[in-house]
Structures are given as C-alpha cells and as structure tokens.
Write a protein that binds this ligand. Sequence first.
Ligand SMILES: [Zn+2]
Ligand SMILES: [Zn+2]
Length: 269
Amino acid sequence: MKLTVLMDNNTIIDKYFLGEPAVSYFIEDEGTKILFDVGYSDAYIQNALMMNIDVHSSNAIVISHGHDDHTRGLKYFFQSGGRESTKMIAHPGAFHKKTIGDLEIGSPLSSEELGRLCDLHLSREPVKISENIWFLGEILRTNSFEAKHPIGIVQTADFQIPDELIDDTALVYKSKDGIFVITGCSHSGICNIIEQAKFVSGETKVLGVIGGFHLFELNEQTLQTIEYLKENDIRFLYPCHCTSFKVRAEMSKQMNLIEVGVGMILELE
Ligand SMILES: [Zn+2]
Ligand SMILES: [Zn+2]
C-alpha cells in the first residue's frame, strides 16, 4: 500500500506544494487507486499534478465525513473531469446540510447531485474496497470519553438536530504486520475508530494510524486517548490536521510520532 498526502495543514520543507487546513490522501493498493477526501479547494488537484498523480484515475473516492475541509474539493473534481463511472463511498449522512449559525460547513454537493455525477454508494455498513482495504461504515461509539460534543446543526427535509457527526468514518488497511488506520477528523473518536477497524479486519495488532485525531487540549479525552494508544503499542503514529501542537507534543513524549505534510509518501507491505 502506498499513501501519498495530497493535502494537509502542513507542508514539507523543500517540497513546493500547497497547503490548507484540510485533508486529501491518494492510496494505491494492488492496482486499486483510492482518493480519500478531497480537501477544501482545488489545491489537492494542483498538488497531485505536480506529483504526477491523476486524481481522476481513482477507482473509488472515499469521503470520511461531510465537513467542507474534506468535501469542498468535490466541485473541482467534477469540474476538471470527474466521470459518471467513478465510484464514491460515504456514509448516508455525509452530504446532509451542515451549519454553524449562518455558516454552511457541509459538502458543496448534495447526495442527489452526486448521484447524477458519479456512481454513489452510501453505506452504514463496512465496504471492502481493495484486496486489503475496507471502508469502516458507521463507527460504533463504545467508550465513555469520546464523541461527546456535537458540532453545529445537521438538517434534512425531515429533521434539524445537533450534529453528532454520525457520518464520520475511516479506512483500515490490513498489512502483514498489523492494521493501519486512515482517518479524516475522527469526530467519532480515534479509539472507537481503531476498535471498529480491528473488528472489520479481524486483526487486533495495530501497526499505525494517520489522520486528524480531533484533539486540541490536554483534557480527559486526550489523556485517555494517549493511554489507549500506548496500551495498543502502536509503532507508527501520524496525528495531523486537527491534532494541536500541544497534544502532539505531549504524545511525542510517550510514543513514536511522525510528522505529516503534503508530499509525504508512506509505503507498507
Ligand atoms: Zn470535521
Ligand atoms: Zn477536518
């Protein structure tokens, strides 16, 4: 499996790619190409071009959740050559309208619009995407310390409720040395996500995790998360995007953290 960071808040020095507070990864596994999240603007497409990656060659687009720092790039994907045959996988709630006050923070395209533009698969259940990669589906929230705070409002024709981000999900890759979790913002809780990845893959050894952990302060959730990650003896941790410097600094005292930036390539067997 090869993962290339097309978009992140951080950029790697001496590589002149664009950064923005958003996520997009290009993942290749045994001939299957997956575009995981699409950033906020068209910058991920520009970065991909500079890396000789054609995002439109993806066999599947996977959306981690509906927030616009993970979905707003969709409009540029379809403006620049998206195909009706492109498969897109997301939770059924990912493209609902999401707001904070007057601000719209959800996908620029609804599921009806996306259904016309591509081959849209909305699933609460896990979906096998390639030889070794699964979409995790709706994350079970089993522990007491994560996913406690709604963000804004989610609305459809039928309801308008505080947004618990039930659409938040992730990918798992099964390597020969354990599972590797690829997450967007982890609103459902990084520990809940890892537990679901173990269940879906049938493998309990966790080799690594990359993505946003949605941790900002050294509070109870962060401290319990650090304990969980240590208990799982995870060799490669790549917390980025929505993981604050303060939290990463604390984690790095206790575990092996690796810095993420646009242009970073991660290869696993
Ligand atoms: Zn988010
Ligand atoms: Zn985010």
